[in-house]
Design a protein around this ligand. Structure first.
Ligand SMILES: [Mg+2]
Length: 371
């Protein structure tokens, strides 16, 4: 089998009302979808993260730089192709948009390989779980959104069947405590409550805050400090009882090696659209397992990103949960012919269809495509 074409599509849906975390405002929901075609009629799809920059940059990297390394190659030799893309881009890559672009292509190659093997991707990758417990990822800041609205929003996910929910903190420590208190009261004591600081604090601020939040039984404290502050993250992890989760802003096994050996994380959060694809995420998970670290993929984009992360999650023994963004996003809710949902126990079930097991709604692609 030979690769005959590589294409990236930019989809954008502007938001009427931007949503915000502690450090970032999101004015639109976008995604860079990736398609790889072969001479045997099999095609694979993937998604490359664009976060932090215009999605068109990611498309350009895929089509103007990486494409030529893949054309005429056998798509089944994924390790070979990953290494080729990584080594040829190393002088201006290793992290950021280049690795995110490689990630999207890598996912599409795995989709092809699993389709060729007539197996669901998670089984081809090892097959560990047939369903993964999802946590509702939401509780953002928005203009005019107060405590009452936040509490009602988080309670609504519990009503939908989620047994774990994540909310944003990080703007102000006093406000964090009132927000968490309101949400804990709204969801009750039996639901796992996760908080995400989005890199907002110093280590001493995060430690002081985490101690005050302990009475609300926090499942994990995500990204308490800037991604670059590995020592600070380690200081937080050592000082508090709540586990520290991070990794959405880290790339490749080399980046996660540094988080792990410096004891900066209790829970690793690679995202297959960002960290180097499924090929690299599997290595990160294996490395994490050697330190008895649980791996819970980050996912905050289209349905393709969600499904790809889910296959990865279901293929590793040291997974636990899957992030399931609940903010408005038609690229997640409407992109697939069969949208991703949770069952009555709050789990997402894996497909028995080959590859990623998804069919795109072409009308939705057309509606939001901007490139
Ligand atoms: Mg996060």
């Amino acid at each position: 089998m030979k690769i005959t074409n590589v294409e990236a599509m930019v989809l954008t849906c502007p938001l009427d009302k931007p949503i915000m975390d502690a450090t970032y405002t999101l004015p639109h929901r976008s995604a860079v979808l990736v398609k790889v075609d072969t001479d045997e009629g099999l095609s694979g799809v993937g998604e490359a993260a664009y976060f932090g920059g215009p999605p068109l940059i990611t498309k350009m990297i895929i089509e103007k730089e990486l494409k030529e390394y893949l054309i005429a190659e056998d798509p089944l030799n994924i390790e070979k192709l990953w290494e080729k893309m990584y080594q040829r881009t190393i002088k201006h890559g290793r992290k950021g948009a280049i690795i995110a672009s490689i990630s999207g292509l890598d996912i599409a190659l795995w989709d092809i390989k699993a389709k060729a093997a007539r197996m669901p991707l998670y089984q081809l990758l090892g097959g560990c779980y047939e369903q993964i417990r999802a946590y509702a990822s939401a509780g953002f800041y928005a203009e005019g959104k107060g405590l009452k609205e936040l509490a009602a929003e988080m309670a609504s996910y519990v009503k939908e069947g989620f047994t774990a929910v994540k909310m944003k903190i990080g703007r102000n420590q006093a406000e964090d405590i009132t927000r968490v208190k309101a949400v804990r009261e709204a969801i009750g004591d039996d639901i796992d409550l996760l908080v995400d600081g989005n890199n907002a604090y110093t280590s001493y601020q995060a430690i002081k805050l985490a101690r005050k939040l302990e009475e609300y039984d926090i499942f994990w404290f995500e990204e308490p400090v800037p991604a670059e502050d590995i020592e600070g993250s380690a200081a937080v992890a050592a000082a508090i009882d709540t586990p520290v989760a991070a990794g959405e802003n880290e790339f490749t096994r080399y980046g996660f090696r540094d988080l792990i050996i410096n004891k900066a994380i209790d829970i690793a959060q690679p995202d297959v659209t960002w960290c180097g694809g499924i090929t690299e995420a599997k290595k990160i998970a294996a490395m994490a397992s050697a330190w008895n670290i649980i791996c819970v993929p980050h996912s905050f984009s289209s349905a393709i990103a969600l499904v790809a992360n889910l296959h990865f999650s279901a293929s590793i023994p040291n997974s636990l949960l899957q992030e399931f963004d609940r903010n408005y996003n038609p690229l997640r809710e409407n992109l697939l012919q069969e949208p991703v949902t949770i069952n009555k126990d709050g789990y997402i079930e894996l497909t028995d269809k080959p590859g990623l097991g998804i069919e795109l709604n072409e009308s939705v692609v057309k509606k939001y495509r901007v490139d």
